[in-house]
Design a protein around this ligand. Structure first.
Ligand code: TAP
Length: 487
């Protein structure tokens, strides 16, 4: 297992020799001591990336794509190792890291590997006699700051489009979960990415992350994480006016209309809120249900929540693992008190599991709380297996509740009425809407939000636009330009 910084194609210790323990959230045992980058290391990585950029950006796009495709193959060849590493570092159940995280990571590198030589410029019809064409050029050295909830997958979401477009990358994984991105660095070196094209530097957000956001020679910073840190990144980036892309928090509305298929709602919503222990920006964290079906739905939903098998992430039968850190577990549990203080009713969960075998881990039971739309638990991102429920009478009321937070990332709705589905989808304040499903993602479909959920889009052609700058070139083919200063 690699535990050092990946700079200029080499694994190296941090300049100041600092390390930090990465813990297994199942029992808080130490997995590894990992090097922690400081500003001097970020400077070294930027120098390596700058040196690599001219050759990498001018390499035939098909060749850049070929390396990304090779990396996708290498990820699949190492699937089991990567899945285990991700499970012990994050707490994701192995059934998910095997079936979702690793395949999605490979799929993202493969999608953008295929995209590299298909992302085209354009010719713009301007006045006669001129040829005006638009090319899209890479930004240069880009910084990427990744959170701890999907460290492996987000490494691919961030790096794949940036590299396909010809940029060089400095990526900082979260201090809590650095291991899978270092394993990706190892595979990148193996499949032949040139030195310096990718640099992966674990480190503290307030030190290494801040240094990336401020760095005068980094042209763009892409960030996924909390809205509070997103704001800090915007401020830090102002020195050199770098491009900023922000994928921030969410408070996903999940609207259930009276005509919905309730069994489908239960399954889709349980995936929406309890997959990855609810640690997802697009979690279905607010159920907003028509009062006529609320009792029937909640009875089924609570029964399912109580039956979820919580346990060691490495056990293939585990359906929900621990949260990623004990600090985060405590933060999630603190929201149970906050809910009660404002009159919320805990319908199930709201505590750590009773099982003695889980006592030293970061576990929280699936939690469902009936709360008013204006309560803090209905407004703030809890980021755990914690769902609020509120009821509505009219479609207008449902929309007002759904759109009544500062966030606007993902939202879902369940109905058999086609016209209502399209109308509500149009009116939802969100970057992504799911109809009769929840939390679907694909490398081909743009991902991102509005409002306090940030700006810019990952995935698809939109991601390639984010990682490039347009250049308009005017050529006089046979235009007769009248003299402006006739003499
Ligand atoms: P954040 O503090 O936002 O951490 C996300 C990433 O930003 C980590 O890599 C972090 O580094 C880094 N970071 C922290 N301060 C930074 C700074 N000043 N400059 C640059 N980078 C910085 O999230 P958290 O504290 O881990 O979690 C708190 C809450 O954020 C969660 O409860 C949840 O609401 C939200 N969150 C949202 C998402 C998504 S997907 N939208 C993901 C994670 C968290 P270190 O962790 O290494 O310090």
């Amino acid at each position: 297992m690699q535990t050092q910084l990946f700079i200029g194609g080499q694994f190296v210790p941090a300049a100041n020799g600092e390390t930090l323990a990465s813990l297994n959230p199942h029992d808080n045992s130490v997995i590894a001591e990992v090097a922690m980058a400081g500003p001097a290391d970020i400077d070294r990585a930027v120098a390596a990336a700058k040196a690599a950029f001219p050759k990498w950006s001018k390499l035939a796009a098909m060749e850049r794509g070929r390396l990304l495709l090779k990396l996708a193959d290498a990820i699949e060849a190492n699937a089991d190792r990567l899945a285990r590493l991700e499970s012990i570092d994050t707490g994701h159940p192995i059934r998910d890291t095997r079936n979702l995280d690793v395949p999605r990571t490979a799929a993202t590198f493969r999608y953008f590997g295929g995209m590299a030589d298909k992302f085209e410029g354009s010719v713009i019809p301007v006045e006669a006699g001129f040829l005006n064409y638009l090319t899209r050029e890479p930004v240069g050295v880009v910084g990427q700051v990744v959170p701890w909830n999907f460290p492996l997958m987000f490494t691919s979401w961030k790096m794949a489009p940036a590299l396909a477009a010809g940029n060089c990358v400095i990526l900082k994984p979260a201090e809590l979960t650095p291991l899978s991105s270092l394993a990706i660095a190892e595979l990148m070196a193996e499949v032949g990415f040139p030195a310096g094209v990718v640099n992966i530097l674990p480190g503290l957000g307030s030190v290494a992350g801040q240094s990336i956001a401020e760095h005068p020679e980094i042209g763009k910073v892409a960030f996924t994480g909390s809205t509070a840190v997103g704001r800090r990144i915007v401020q830090a980036s102002s020195g050199n006016l770098k491009k900023v892309q922000l994928e921030l928090g969410g408070k996903g509305a999940n609207l259930v209309f009276g005509d919905a298929d309730l069994d489908a709602v239960v399954q889709g919503s349980a995936f929406g809120i309890f997959h990855n222990q609810g640690q997802a920006c697009i979690a279905a964290s607010r159920m907003i249900v028509h009062e006529a079906v609320a009792d029937e739905l909640l009875e089924k939903f609570v029964a399912l929540a109580r039956s979820i098998k919580i346990g060691d992430p490495l056990d293939p039968s585990t359906e929900m693992g621990p949260l990623t850190s004990s600090q985060h577990r405590d933060r999630v549990l603190s929201y149970v008190d906050i809910a009660r203080e404002q009159g919320g009713r805990v319908l199930t969960g709201g505590k750590t599991p009773d099982a003695a075998a889980l006592a030293s881990g970061c576990y929280v039971e699936p939690t469902i709380v009936a709360a008013k739309p204006e309560d803090r638990v209905s407004q703030e991102e809890v980021f755990g297996p914690f769902m609020t429920v509120a009821t509505f009478r009219t479609d207008e009321e449902a929309l007002a509740i759904a759109n009544g937070t500062e966030y606007g990332l993902g939202a879902g709705l369940w109905t058999r009425d086609l016209q209502r589905a399209h109308l509500v989808a149009r009116e939802l304040h969100a970057g992504m809407v799911w109809v009769n499903c929840y939390k679907r993602v694909s490398p081909a479909s743009p991902f991102g939000g509005v409002g306090a959920s940030g700006y810019g889009r990952e995935m698809g052609f939109e991601a390639m636009r984010e990682y490039t700058q347009p250049k308009s070139v005017w050529v006089n083919v046979d235009a007769q330009i009248p003299a402006y200063f006739p003499r």
